[in-house]
Design a protein around this ligand. Structure first.
Ligand code: GLN
Length: 399
């Protein structure tokens, strides 16, 4: 259809004017276009575990090929409940408190659609995973940002100011989104930080929507604490997680929300009409995945620790100031030493002339200026990939 015909009668929803397409996904396309080493989008370039691939193949062969129960296959829900109890000490009723969706991405938007009304506010720490902003807008809510400030030293922690957080809460606040371990900063929220958030949620009658997709990817002895495990939070927390990062199957699109029954009812309704259900055979495979032994999770974290410790020195050597992540598989860097006017210019130069794809810092901030001297690298990649990126980044020094 001609552009002018669309504009004339405003054939588009006003909602879409308030956000852009994902920059993270765009950077993967740019990497392919320029033949660059892709350290932008967070997906592993190494194989998923054999046993879970086999479980998926077997499920298809056994004809688990029709719709699963809309809110999730029973086996998978049982496995999720079992693991929530085991890992976080949180008792969950798989019949009434779990909704399986198409990835944690759908889970987050379905959750926000289920709880938000126009005029509600959602508190979001920034830098934030870029979906949260558009998710809030699509659900009719207004995002309200609270800064996580970078540490002054490479080994310090990103932190929020308690007073700023308090100032973000008021009568219209419906929810706060907490992503721990955090993308893009690698911050792992401590018990005392979560307790501060808890106190505000209770005082202002606010929900916590927690994205815990990097739950098992932890370094330096940090521990993941689920908000739902904090006293007073079980009834006002929606815990979001999924198979993608823990089992290296980002393309399977299986995620879930754990929430009290009344909230689960609302999420299930939205989810049903959005997608009906997540892929049935992959849900069965997910049930086996959740049964992998404890050693699997230790090896997963240790593998990523090694990759972090392989990439961070290479970036530092190339001139980046790295903020050492404590969890998840990204490293945020400061690029001011390179003298570029903006992260966008720098990232473009990096992908075209150096041959390495990264994500511009501004895509994690509401105000692009805040991220203008930051760039994110993903290290969920094979050693060869990280080394190839390292070779190319040497050209930066010589520039
Ligand atoms: N979480 C991943 C990232 O930040 C990507 C997820 C996605 O693209 N759906 O790169």
């Amino acid at each position: 259809m001609a552009e002018h015909a669309i504009q004339q009668k405003s054939l588009l929803s006003g909602r879409v004017a308030y956000f852009t397409e994902s920059v993270i996904r765009e950077m993967t396309r740019q990497a392919m276009l320029h033949g660059a080493v892709n350290l932008s989008q967070g997906f592993p370039d190494f194989p998923a575990p054999e046993e879970i691939k086999r479980a998926a193949q077997e499920a298809i062969a056994a004809d688990v090929n029709q719709y699963a129960i809309t809110w999730g296959a029973k086996n998978l829900r049982n496995a999720i409940a079992r693991q929530m109890q085991l890992w976080q000490g949180v008792a969950v009723d798989p019949e009434r408190e779990i909704t399986v969706c198409c990835g944690s991405t759908e889970t987050m938007i379905a959750t926000l659609l289920a709880v938000c009304n126009a005029g509600d506010e959602v508190v979001i720490f920034e830098p934030f995973y870029e979906n949260y902003g558009p998710d809030a807008i699509l659900s009719g809510a207004k995002p309200r940002f609270v800064k996580l400030r970078p540490p002054g030293t490479p080994d310090g922690e990103w932190a929020f100011d308690e007073r700023e957080l308090r100032a973000a809460f008021h009568n219209h606040t419906k929810a706060i989104i907490v992503n721990t371990p955090n993308n893009p900063t690698g911050k792992v929220f401590t018990r005392s930080e979560l307790a501060l958030i808890r106190d505000l949620c209770v005082e202002f009658n606010v929900l916590a929507i927690t994205d815990e997709i990097y739950e098992h990817i932890l370094y330096d002895g940090t521990r993941h604490i689920s908000m739902a495990a904090l006293e007073g939070m079980r009834d006002r927390t929606i815990t979001i997680n999924g198979l993608s990062k823990t089992y290296s199957v980002t393309g399977w699109r299986v995620g879930w929300a754990v929430a009290p029954p009344a909230i689960t009812d609302a999420i299930r309704k939205v989810h049903d009409f959005l997608t009906v259900g997540a892929p049935a055979p992959l849900q069965e495979a997910g049930a086996s995945a959740l049964g992998l032994p404890a050693s699997y999770y230790q090896e997963l974290a240790e593998g990523y620790r090694k990759r972090r410790d392989r990439l961070v020195p290479v970036l530092t050597e190339a001139g980046f100031r790295c903020f050492r992540p404590r969890g998840a598989y990204y490293v945020m860097t400061d690029i001011s030493a390179f003298g570029f006017a903006s992260d966008l210019e720098f990232v473009k130069y990096l992908v075209k002339d150096i041959g390495v794809a990264s994500v511009p810092g501004s895509s994690f901030y509401n105000d692009a200026r805040d991220g203008a001297q930051q760039v994110r690298f993903a290290f969920c990649k094979r050693d060869e990939t990280l080394d190839a990126a390292g070779e190319r980044l040497k050209k930066l020094r010589a520039r």
